[in-house]
Design a protein around this ligand. Structure first.
Ligand SMILES: Cc1cc2nc3c(=O)[nH]c(=O)nc-3n(C[C@H](O)[C@H](O)[C@H](O)COP(=O)(O)OP(=O)(O)OC[C@H]3O[C@@H](n4cnc5c(N)ncnc54)[C@H](O)[C@@H]3O)c2cc1C
Length: 548
């Protein structure tokens, strides 16, 4: 006999866990089916060195920002272990000498720092911050908006589109122009309009290319910068970026505990092979061991190519939709490098291996825009970057749970390797790439190389084959313009519903994803719960009509 639930969640990444928590909270008997041996997906803390189990790394994602207070509060996440240490400043030391620090909330110190490189840029900085804040006020709430099916003539879709337009009736010509610029420009062109010094532009360009298969001169990278810079998604002020105590796996752990507290069941080692569809409706899933589990509601949170092309099957989907998912772009050329350090980097520009402010934020290797662009161009030509760029962090500056007293963990989010490195492990080349990355930091902090106790390298092949991140893209799909808002994951299906009745979709490949924000899982569960309530109301009306 197949086990039966009210709802099945496919994938136990943080979005799957959020969806499960909300479904269970609504009273649905819910089970999460996770293929790996543990939950968390890309939000995971692991001990990658068998001979040094005392070190834990936040193996893929590494910092929190966009989780809305609604989810944090409704799921009571702090009670379940959600604890964030706000990050320190952005820090870049330069090979030619000197350094820059940029603070999220200290205009005076930013002015002093930027003045070291350009007085004009220092004066422009507060205007830039205000400009970005103005745009965040427009874009932030949009992250919590269910995108309407723009172009659809169905009355409900037309009403949704009009409601969205009405909500934005206050925008003026200037703001619309600014949003248009942000959505269409390259981060390089945008920064050229504002700043002159290469050090400042390099510093501000990083957010435009994180996780992106595009260099800073590609149109659309200005939006990527905004996606990573919005600190408030419209339902309260969010802090800056921050480190979860215990690494990102502890975020997943907190959500998992919340889901369990509402009665959700969570099964690991339960890989889904097929979603069962009968007459255009889901009826359950089959696991790869042949077990069948039945439910009338399924929320899938795995990569769209797995969710639709493998699990549902083209035969159960409209041709247009199949085409859209087949064309879904999912490249990024990211390599995550996790290091255990015997001591903190001692930067020539800011000497000392004792804990200092510049160790507490992002410790970057992105000295100029040209440096970042060169790394991308090499990867686009099919070679790993000679000098990769890196968004580094040292979470143990705050979090003492990850490594023994006196030692540290450093996490390097690096780019780029060629976009087809998801097809082969490229082990030896990744080792050489990591050596080069370490040499780059060593040039700025000469104790760096010698301080490394252990290293762990996760390239695109492992991301795809072990974590289900098809193509190695960190967000289940690129944040390119044609894959945003009403197009994410496909036109007509950006409302977390799918062409199959009873099947909802809430991975990072939907609007507001990617990132560890939980919004896709929350929205998919809300859509399922709303549809169930609507069906119950319709059933009641039908019964009343039949009785009368
Ligand atoms: C290297 C890297 C760095 C990143 N850095 C950050 C960061 O610092 N901050 C940030 O906010 N975001 C970051 N991200 C992005 C963020 O981690 C992801 O967008 C997010 O975690 C995805 O969550 P998800 O639940 O949608 O999907 P996932 O986390 O991918 O979860 C999907 C789950 O489904 C499981 N699965 C797959 N196939 C099956 C199947 N057939 N049956 C059952 N289960 C299956 C997978 O094992 C996985 O656990 C990073 C990502 C990467 C890879």
């Amino acid at each position: 006999m197949a086990a039966t639930y009210d709802a099945i969640v496919v994938g136990g990444g943080h979005n799957g866990l959020v969806a499960a928590a909300y479904l269970a909270r609504s009273g649905a008997r819910t089970v999460v089916l996770e293929g790996r041996h543990k939950t968390g997906g890309a939000a995971t803390t692991e001990a990658p060195w068998p001979d040094a189990p005392e070190f834990s790394v936040t193996r893929l994602s590494y910092v929190m920002s966009l989780m809305p207070p609604t989810i944090i509060n409704e799921l009571d996440l702090p009670r379940h272990g959600y604890r964030i240490y706000p990050m320190g400043p952005y820090y870049q030391a330069f090979p030619e000498g000197g350094s820059i620090k940029l603070y999220a909330d200290d205009a005076k110190r930013n002015h002093d720092e930027v003045s070291k490189w350009s007085k004009k840029d220092a004066d422009a900085m507060p205007k830039w911050d205000a400009w970005l804040e103005g745009l965040a006020e427009v874009l932030g709430p949009l992250l919590l908006t269910v995108p309407p099916a723009i172009g659809s003539r169905k009355p409900r879709d037309l009403a949704d589109t009009l409601r969205l337009a009405w909500r934005h009736r206050g925008l003026d010509v200037r703001t619309i122009a600014d949003v248009t610029r942000l959505m269409t420009m390259s981060i390089a062109d945008l920064l050229d309009d504002w700043f002159e010094s290469s050090q400042v532009k390099g510093a501000l360009a990083v957010n435009g290319v994180i996780g992106t298969w595009a260099g800073p001169y590609e149109p659309g990278t200005a939006y990527v910068m905004a996606h990573h810079s919005i600190g408030d998604v419209g339902d309260g002020h969010l802090g800056n970026w921050g480190f979860q105590e215990g690494g990102m796996g502890a975020v997943s752990g907190a959500i998992e505990r919340a889901a369990r507290s509402h009665g959700a069941e969570i099964r690991t080692g339960a890989r889904v092979a097929r979603v069962l569809v009968d007459g255009g409706r889901v009826t359950g899933v089959v696991l790869d061991n042949g077990d069948e589990i039945r439910a009338k509601v399924i929320v899938s949170t795995v990569h769209p190519k797995i969710a639709f092309l493998e699990h549902v099957g083209k035969e159960n989907l409209p041709d247009d939709f199949v085409g859209d998912i087949e064309h879904w772009k999912s490249r990024s050329g990211v390599v995550k490098i996790n290091l255990a350090l015997a001591e903190l980097p001692d930067f020539t520009a800011d000497p000392g291996s004792n804990l200092q402010e510049h160790h507490t934020g992002s410790v970057e290797m992105a000295p100029t825009m040209e440096y970042i662009e060169r790394a991308f161009q090499e990867a686009r030509e099919g070679r790993p970057a000679t000098l990769p760029f890196s968004d580094g962090v040292i979470p143990t500056a705050f979090d003492k749970t990850l490594s023994p007293e006196g030692t540290h963990i450093m996490s390097l989010f690096t780019q780029w390797v060629p976009d087809d490195w998801n097809e082969e492990p490229h082990t030896a080349e990744l080792e050489a790439y990591t050596d080069r990355m370490i040499d780059c930091y060593n040039e700025l902090a000469p104790n760096f190389k010698a301080s490394i106790l252990h290293r762990d390298i996760v390239g695109p092949y492992e991301m795809e084959h072990d974590y289900g991140l098809v193509g190695g893209n960190i967000f289940h799909g690129e944040l390119s313009l044609e894959q945003l808002f009403h197009m994410r994951p496909a036109p007509g299906y950006a409302d977390y519903r799918t062409p199959v009745d009873g099947l909802y979709y809430g991975s990072s490949a939907t609007h507001a994803g990617g990132g560890v924000c939980g919004i896709p899982g929350w929205q998919a569960a809300r859509a399922a719960i709303a549809d169930k309530k609507a069906a119950r109301r319709t059933g009641q009306v039908r019964r009343i009509i039949r009785r009368s």
